[in-house]
Design a protein around this ligand. Structure first.
Ligand SMILES: Cc1cc2nc3c(=O)[nH]c(=O)nc-3n(C[C@H](O)[C@H](O)[C@H](O)COP(=O)(O)OP(=O)(O)OC[C@H]3O[C@@H](n4cnc5c(N)ncnc54)[C@H](O)[C@@H]3O)c2cc1C
Ligand SMILES: NC(=O)c1ccc[n+]([C@@H]2O[C@H](COP(=O)([O-])OP(=O)(O)OC[C@H]3O[C@@H](n4cnc5c(N)ncnc54)[C@H](O)[C@@H]3O)[C@@H](O)[C@H]2O)c1
Length: 473
């Protein structure tokens, strides 16, 4: 086969959230961009991650609302789940978002899109089956895939991962999930609410990176939903077939199910990338790169999951933006300069930004304080009958907001109110200043901030001052 040679300003490998952000930014700035994608445009987020999982959860939460409406006088019987229609709803969501990430859109932006596997042949050349690209700069954005642990017998069972669970034509009857991270919790709750029996096996504690108290609210919700949850035990052995699995735990207990989902974390995708030829080093997390995402080869940058700095779509987008700022705007930007929020879309959802209480204590000892408020003291939450959860503000010296965590209805969106304060290095006082409409859940941040100032605002000196002023008014 003849190989066509191309010269470009930028060559991007991987058309997921990270690669697409860099490619569109550079192309809109008039750079000649070549983008390689060996699989689906849009990568994991659109096809096997965020979008299908959130669409599945939405269907599951509808089923839950039908089941529990009676407490508000809306009576309905147990919902009937048509799994084919649930799948159609997921596909509709993917199809609706697809045009943003499509080959056609990127070609219209002027990007040369090549749907082939790419690999380095030397420090500044990438080759695929039909093309060879020599470029000034390269971005590796090849993502991650499910990490498969070396558990005895696992390789003899047709287990599921986030990549193939969307192919199931019928709902699993009894789903066993290895891992109680975001994937285990979101998919576990979704399938449970859609009628499956679900067991989650978590080696440590559920949602271990999130605030422990707030993660506890998600734990309670999963247990109330009927999820069978085991924390602190690992799978030691797996037996069975694709539709009849048995997992033996390290404490000797046995868990059985019709399907097994492995969701214990991610591993970087380096396959056949020719990294040695390009002089690029790797470690367990991903490509070794500096704070501007430059690898050991000064022409090559890492972006998204493969950079080993976290696995989130908005982080991948931020990486893309950091690279475009540095290369094409001349704005020196470090990837660590932004606080990255995270949300888990269970019911209740859980979200956080900056340091957790535990992380802040580890770093700053007793120099921190925590201001909190609960949704059972928020009028909107009470009116909705959804009072679970609350917020925590983690405060450093001078009231600087070091971090925030929220659990409860719409926590994912509500976090954004405080995200700006954290991002700008703001103080707790900033949260007391804006007036929130009543009754909204967002009032809760002001409530927590006010709780911090309560002893001062209504303290002894304040009373004396008010007494003095009242003599003149
Ligand atoms: C079930 C699940 C739910 C998730 N939910 C959320 C969520 O709600 N919110 C959130 O922020 N994050 C979520 N994530 C994480 C999010 O999906 C990832 O962080 C994001 O997709 C990473 O984007 P990326 O561009 O780094 O990699 P990817 O999206 O993995 O894209 C990499 C692309 O590179 C291609 N590729 C690899 N090697 C080559 C090669 N040699 N040549 C050509 N192409 C190649 C691959 O085919 C792939 O399309 C979820 C993940 C999963 C698994
Ligand atoms: N809402 C979101 O933003 C969202 C949703 C899903 C996934 N994601 C991203 O995808 C990444 C991967 O998700 P994940 O849930 O697979 O990974 P994770 O690393 O976040 O969680 C994996 C969990 O599995 C446990 N574990 C590890 N080995 C185990 C074993 N042998 N047996 C049982 N448990 C074991 C860990 O203790 C951990 O709690 C996340 O880190 C996140 O960045 C994000």
């Amino acid at each position: 086969m003849t190989v066509i040679r191309i010269k470009a300003d930028l060559c991007v490998i991987g058309a997921g959230s990270a690669g697409l952000t860099v490619a569109s930014g550079a192309a809109q700035l008039g750079r000649k961009v070549v983008l390689f994608e060996k699989g689906e445009m849009g990568g994991d987020c659109l096809n096997y991650g965020c979008v299908p999982s959130k669409a599945l959860l939405t269907a599951a939460h509808h089923a839950y609302a039908v089941r529990t409406g009676a407490r508000m006088g809306v009576c309905a019987s147990e919902p009937e789940i048509d799994f084919a229609k649930v799948r159609a709803h997921i596909q509709r969501a993917i199809d609706a978002i697809h045009p943003n990430d499509s080959q056609e859109r990127f070609e219209a932006l002027g990007v040369t899109v090549i749907r082939e596997h790419a690999s380095f042949v030397d420090e500044r050349t990438v080759r695929s089956e039909t093309r060879e690209v020599v470029a000034k700069r390269f971005v590796l954005a090849t993502g991650t895939r499910a990490r498969i642990p070396p558990i005895d017998g696992l390789d003899r069972v047709d287990y599921l991962t986030n990549a193939n669970i969307w192919d199931l034509e019928t709902r699993p009857d009894r789903l066993v999930i290895l891992g109680g991270g975001p994937i285990g919790c979101e998919l576990g709750q979704a399938f449970r609410r859609l009628g499956a029996e679900v067991t989650i096996i978590e080696a440590d504690r559920l949602l271990g990176r999130m605030d422990a108290d707030h993660a506890g609210r998600v734990r309670e919700a999963l247990i109330n939903d009927g999820v069978d949850l085991t924390e602190g035990s690992k799978a030691a052995r797996v037996d069975g077939t694709a539709t009849d699995v048995s997992v033996t735990l390290d404490d000797g207990r046995r868990v059985t199910g019709s399907h097994l989902l492995v969701a214990i974390g991610r591993e970087p995708v380096f396959d056949g990338l020719g990294l040695e030829a390009a002089g690029i080093e790797t470690d367990e997390a991903g490509l070794v790169c500096d704070d501007k995402l430059k690898t050991g080869n000064p022409r090559v940058f890492a972006a998204g999951d493969i950079a080993g700095k976290g696995a989130l779509t908005h982080l991948a987008g931020w990486h893309g933006s950091v690279i475009v700022r540095n290369l094409y705007f001349g704005l020196p930007t470090k990837q660590s300069s932004a606080a990255i929020p995270a949300a888990v879309y269970t019911d209740p959802p859980l979200a956080q930004i900056g340091l957790t209480e535990a992380g802040a204590r580890e770093r700053h000892g007793d120099d921190i304080s925590v201001a909190s408020a609960a949704f059972d003291d928020n009028d909107r939450a009470i009116a909705e009958g959804l009072e679970t959860g609350g917020v925590k503000l983690i405060l450093g010296k001078g009231g600087k907001v070091l971090g925030a965590s929220i659990v409860g209805e719409r926590a994912d969106d509500l976090l954004q109110i405080v995200s700006l304060t954290v991002h700008k290095g703001g103080k707790v006082r900033d949260l007391t200043e804006a007036i929130a409409p009543y009754p909204t859940r967002g009032e809760i941040w002001k409530h927590a901030a006010n709780a911090h100032f309560q002893p001062v605002v209504f303290g002894r000196w304040a009373k004396m001052w008010a007494g003095l002023l009242s003599r003149f008014h």
